[in-house]
Design a protein around this ligand. Structure first.
Ligand SMILES: Cc1cc2nc3c(=O)[nH]c(=O)nc-3n(C[C@H](O)[C@H](O)[C@H](O)COP(=O)(O)O)c2cc1C
Length: 195
């Protein structure tokens, strides 16, 4: 592996503070292309990317997303002091943290590897974004966001196939403030067996 790729992986962080600046269409197209080339179970290419572009729409869906977070079900801890998440700061109202653009990743309902497929796309998207100087954060609660009455009406309006469900989101934008340093890795997470 090239040092460039490893460095990209090590320095990418989840960013939750964004400026209003939109990302250029040319960059967005490259990021989407990276997502489309993710590994996928059985080579079926069953997942799709839905770009939610524009601060007002992103804010609406982001608030829906935040409303689906049930604090009482969370188990302890904080996520980040430098880039606080919904869990860390109750004042945050949008699960998309003010990012100007979000990619919703949809996968085929009832397909065994639908979640895995979607998150492979998400990983490609965050790394491609980072390589272009665009910050990102993977956000959960895809299914719940679009199970709300308002969420369902968006899917109808956008003509999303009923056989598809949202597995996750990736926020995209330019960081507001300093970029956080890479995080130390917990020890003892690797085993090697030989035979
Ligand atoms: C499956 C998955 C779900 C996540 N969901 C959320 C989320 O809903 N909201 C959020 O702010 N961050 C979310 N994250 C980002 C993680 O909090 C973040 O990756 C983790 O804290 C490590 O920090 P880093 O990405 O900066 O290294 C998610 C990440 C993954 C892989």
């Amino acid at each position: 592996m090239s040092d460039y790729l490893l460095n990209l992986m090590k320095t990418r962080r989840s960013i939750r503070k964004y400026t209003d600046e939109r990302i250029p269409k040319e960059w967005l197209d490259k990021i989407i292309e990276a997502g489309l080339y993710a590994p996928n179970a059985g080579g079926g290419q069953r997942s799709m990317l839905l770009v939610i572009d524009g601060p007002d729409l992103v804010e609406k869906i982001g608030r829906l997303n935040a409303s689906c977070m049930h604090r009482e079900r969370l188990i302890g801890g904080y996520v980040s002091a430098e880039q606080p998440s919904l869990i860390d700061d109750v004042r945050i109202k949008s699960g998309f943290y003010g990012a100007p653009t979000v990619i919703a990743i949809f996968a085929q309902k009832h397909f065994l590897y639908n979640t895995a497929d979607a998150f492979c796309i998400a990983e490609n998207v965050v790394l491609a974004s980072h390589s272009l100087g665009i910050s990102s954060c993977i956000v959960a609660r895809g299914e719940e966001t679009f199970e709300t009455v308002e969420g369902k009406s968006f899917l109808e309006k956008w003509n999303v196939d009923e056989n598809m469900e949202c597995k996750c989101f990736v926020t995209l934008g330019y960081i507001d403030g300093p970029y956080p340093k890479e995080k130390e890795r917990r020890k003892g997470r690797v085993m090697v067996v030989t035979g």
